[in-house]
Design a protein around this ligand. Structure first.
Ligand SMILES: Nc1ncnc2c1ncn2[C@@H]1O[C@H](COP(=O)(O)OP(=O)(O)OP(=O)(O)O)[C@@H](O)[C@H]1O
Ligand SMILES: O=C([O-])CC(=O)C(=O)O
Ligand SMILES: [Ca+2]
Ligand SMILES: [Mn+2]
Length: 649
C-alpha cells in the first residue's frame, strides 16, 4: 500500500531476469518518435466535440473543411462587434495547446479577413473558441482555469457562481420597440423592465468586446423543446466552462449529425457574467443587467454568473415565441404513469416541481419548463435543476443518484479531503443546486414528450399553514389559483429573500412570462376543458400553524397525496367544502393521517387559525384586483366565474 508520504516500490518485468540483462522492453514500444507524438496518440480524433487540431485539416475531406469554415464564419458573425470589424478572427481549440496557437491560422480553415491598419487592434487577436465540448473536456477546463472548481466524491463538478447565488429579477430588462410595446405585458406586476434598443446595443458591445478580449470563449449550439415541429436552435457564448457545462446539461444536446447541420441559431446568449455593466449607461441601476432583445433574438448577461439566468432567460423567450403558435408555455414539471396518464406540476421556486415530478414509479418528462400544444406536452429542456439543500439519498434517491460525473453542483460545501458534500451546509447559500442531463434519472421519458395531461396540480408552499394539504378544484378555481400563483417564497432562489413571505406570481412564474397573464390563463382553461383535465391545489408548506410554529408537511405524506391523484382514487373520495376559500377537501387518503387533511384540526389555537385564514383570504383578494378588469377567453362568462372562485367572506 502506498503511504501518503512515500512512493510504493516499483515492480517491473525486468525483475524476472532471464538472461541476466535488464530487459524493460518486454512490451512493444509505442509508435511515437517524440513526446508530442506520444501525447497525440492518447486522444482519438472523433470530432465534432473535440477541439480541432490545426494539423488535422489537411487530412479532412473538402466538404468537411467547407463545413468547418461555415461553422467558424457563423461563430465569427455571432461575436462581431457591431461598430468595428465584421467579426473576430476565430480559431477553434484551446489556446493553451500548441497546435491551436495562431500559427494554425495559416491553414485555410481559419481564413478570415486580413487586418489592415485602419481597423482596431482587437482584430489582430485571435478568438479561441471551445465549441460544444464534452463534459470531460469541460471538467478539465474548469479545473485548470476556474477557481472553486472541484470534483466531488460522487464525481460531480462542484463550482461557485460568484457573488450572485440566485436570479436578479430587478435587473432583467426587455427592449421596448414598436412591436413589443404592443405585444408584451408592461407596467405594474410585469417582470418586463423596459430598456431601449440603443442601450441594448451598448451592453451587447460591452459583452462582445469582453468575450473577444479573453483567451478563449465557450460556444454551445443546442436545442430547446422536444417537440420536433417547434424546436428552437440556441447558441450560448460564455466565458466559463461552468456555464458551458450547465447549458450542455440544461438544453437539448444535438447529435453529431444535428450539429453538423446546425446552421445559424434562432437565438443567441452572450454571457459576460464576470464583467459588470456600466452605471453611466442609461437604465442601469446596478452592475448587473440581463437584457433581452426579441427583435434581434439575443440576450446579454453582464454582472452575474448565476447560471440560472441563462436557463430562465431562454424560458422567457419561449413564453414569447410559443403562444404565437397557439402553444402554451408552462412553468411546470411533468411526468407520466405506466398507463400514459400525464400530470403537470405548477408552482413557484421551491414548491416541489422537481421533487414531485421525479417519482420512481413514473416516467419523468421534465422538471421545470414545458409546452402544451395540440399534440400533447413536450419538455423545453434537456436537463433538470434540483434544489439540493438538505438533500438525502433516502428521501430523494433518484436526484441523489443523478449527482455523478457530468453533474454541475452549484455553491455546495464539501469536506476538503474526501470531497463528500454536506448538503445541509448553507455557508455559501441556501439555494444550492444540481444540474444534470435528464437521462441521469433512470425512468426519464426520452424523447421528453407525452399525451395531453389528465391532472393539473398547482403546488403552493403556504407559510401561513391554512391551505389544506390537497383540494380538488373546478375549472374556475383552477384558473383563479393559476392566475394568483400564490406561495410563501422559500428563501434562496431570488437574491436577497431570506425568510418565507407570501408571494403572488401570476401563472406560477410571473418572472418569466412575457404576455399578460390572462393570455396564458385563457389558453390553459381552453386546453383543460378540451382534454378533460382535473385541477388540484396541493399545499407542500406548513401545517399545524404558520411558519415558525407549525411544521412543513412531511414529504412522504405529500407523495401519498400525489399518488392518490395519479391513480384516480382521490377523484372518487368523499369531499367537504372549506370556509372562506370554498375548497373541496377529501376526508380520507390512504397513508395520510385524516386529521391533517382539514388544517383547522392541526391548529391548537382555533381563533389564530381563523384570523390567519382571513388574513390570507384578504391577501388573495387584494392581489386579484389587478386582474378584475381583464377579459379572459372569448366570452366574459369565464372571467366572472373565475372572480367568484376566490375566497368569499
Ligand atoms: N412536503 C413537501 N413537498 C415537496 N417538497 C418538499 C416538501 N417538504 C420539503 N420539501 C423540499 O422542498 C424543496 C422543493 O424544491 P424543488 O427543487 O422541488 O422546487 P421547484 O418547484 O422545482 O423549484 P424551482 O422552480 O426553483 O426549480 C426540496 O428541497 C424538497 O426536499
Ligand atoms: O431560475 C432559477 O434560479 C431556479 C428556478 O427554477 C426558478 O426560480 O424557478
Ligand atoms: Ca426545479
Ligand atoms: Mn423553476
Amino acid at each position: 500500500m502506498a503511504a501518503r508520504n512515500g512512493l510504493p516500490k516499483i515492480h517491473t518485468a525486468s525483475q524476472r531476469k532471464q538472461d541476466g540483462i535488464c530487459h524493460d522492453d518486454s512490451a512493444p514500444t509505442v509508435k511515437a518518435q517524440t513526446i508530442d507524438e506520444l501525447h497525440s496518440l492518447q486522444k482519438k480524433k472523433s470530432a465534432p466535440t473535440t477541439p480541432i487540431d490545426g494539423t488535422l485539416s489537411s487530412f479532412a475531406s473538402l466538404s468537411e473543411e467547407e463545413r468547418q469554415k461555415q461553422q467558424l464564419q457563423s461563430i465569427s458573425a455571432s461575436l462581431a462587434s457591431l461598430t468595428r470589424e465584421t467579426g473576430p478572427r476565430v480559431v477553434k481549440g484551446d489556446p493553451a495547446r500548441k497546435a491551436d496557437t495562431p500559427k494554425a491560422a495559416s491553414h485555410d480553415v481559419h481564413h478570415h479577413f486580413t487586418p489592415t491598419i485602419n481597423v482596431s487592434d482587437s482584430s489582430l487577436k485571435f478568438t479561441h473558441v471551445l465549441y460544444n465540448l464534452s463534459p470531460a473536456e469541460l471538467y478539465e477546463q474548469a479545473i485548470k482555469s476556474e477557481r472553486g472548481s472541484f470534483i466531488t466524491s460522487s464525481g460531480a463538478l462542484a463550482t461557485l457562481s460568484g457573488a450572485k447565488t440566485g436570479r436578479a429579477p430587478r435587473d432583467k430588462r426587455v427592449v421596448k420597440d414598436a412591436t413589443t410595446e404592443k405585444e408584451l405585458w408592461w407596467g405594474k406586476g410585469s417582470p418586463n423592465i423596459e430598456m431601449d434598443e440603443q442601450t441594448f446595443l451598448v451592453n451587447r458591445e460591452r459583452a462582445v468586446d469582453y468575450l473577444n478580449s479573453l483567451d478563449k470563449v465557450f460556444v454551445n449550439d443546442q436545442f430547446l423543446n422536444w417537440d420536433p415541429q417547434n424546436r428552437v436552435k440556441v447558441r450560448i457564448v460564455s466565458a466559463r466552462a461552468y456555464h458551458s457545462l450547465f447549458m450542455h446539461n440544461m438544453c437539448i444536446r444535438p447529435t453529431p449529425e444535428e450539429l453538423e447541420n446546425f446552421g445559424t441559431p434562432d437565438f443567441t446568449i452572450y454571457n459576460a457574467g464576470q464583467f459588470p455593466c456600466n452605471r453611466y449607461t442609461h437604465y442601469m441601476t446596478s452592475s448587473t443587467s440581463i437584457d433581452l432583445n426579441l427583435a434581434r433574438m439575443e440576450m446579454v448577461i453582464l454582472g452575474t454568473q448565476y447560471a440560472g439566468e441563462m436557463k430562465k432567460g431562454l424560458f422567457s423567450v419561449m413564453h414569447y415565441l410559443m403562444p404565437k403558435r397557439q402553444i402554451l408555455s408552462l412553468h411546470s414539471g411533468s411526468n407520466m404513469g405506466k398507463d400514459g396518464d400525464v400530470a403537470l406540476f405548477f408552482g413557484l421556486s421551491g414548491t416541489g416541481k422537481t421533487t414531485l415530478s421525479t417519482d420512481h414509479n413514473r416516467y419523468l418528462i421534465g422538471d421545470d419548463e414545458h409546452c402544451w400544444s395540440d399534440t400533447g406536452v413536450s419538455n423545453i429542456e434537456g436537463g433538470c435543476y434540483a434544489k439540493c439543500i438538505d438533500l438525502s439519498g433516502e428521501k430523494e434517491p433518484d436526484i441523489w443518484n443523478a449527482i455523478k460525473f457530468g453533474t454541475v453542483l452549484e455553491n455546495v460545501v464539501f469536506e476538503e479531503h474526501s470531497r463528500e458534500v454536506d448538503y445541509s451546509d448553507k455557508s455559501v447559500t441556501e439555494n444550492t443546486r444540481a444540474s444534470y442531463p435528464i437521462e441521469y434519472i433512470p425512468n426519464a421519458k426520452i424523447p421528453c414528450v407525452g399525451p395531453h395531461p389528465k391532472n393539473v396540480i398547482l403546488l403552493s408552499c403556504d407559510a401561513f399553514g391554512v391551505l389544506p394539504p390537497v383540494s380538488k378544484l373546478n375549472l374556475a378555481q383552477t384558473m383563479y389559483h393559476f392566475i394568483s400563483g400564490y406561495t410563501a417564497l422559500v428563501a434562496g432562489t431570488v437574491e436577497g429573500v431570506k425568510e418565507p413571505t407570501a408571494t403572488f406570481s401570476a401563472c406560477f412564474g410571473a418572472a418569466f412570462i412575457m404576455l399578460h397573464p390572462t393570455k396564458y390563463a385563457a389558453m390553459l382553461a381552453e386546453k383543460m376543458q378540451k382534454h378533460g383535465a382535473t385541477g388540484w391545489l396541493v399545499n407542500t408548506g406548513w401545517s399545524g400553524g404558520s411558519y415558525g410554529s407549525g411544521n412543513r408537511i412531511k414529504l412522504p405524506y405529500t407523495r401519498k397525496i400525489i399518488d392518490a391523484i395519479h391513480s384516480g382514487s382521490l377523484l372518487k373520495a368523499n369531499y367537504k367544502k372549506t370556509e372562506v376559500f370554498g375548497l373541496e377537501i377529501p376526508t380520507e387518503i390512504e397513508g395520510v393521517p385524516s386529521q391533517i387533511l382539514d388544517p383547522v384540526n392541526t391548529w391548537a389555537d382555533k381563533k389564530a387559525y381563523r384570523d390567519t385564514l382571513l388574513k390570507l383570504g384578504g391577501l388573495f383578494k387584494n392581489n386579484f384586483e389587478t386582474f378584475t378588469n381583464y377579459k379572459i377567453g372569448e366570452n366574459n362568462k369565464l372571467a366572472e366565474e373565475i372572480l367568484a372562485a376566490g375566497p368569499i367572506f
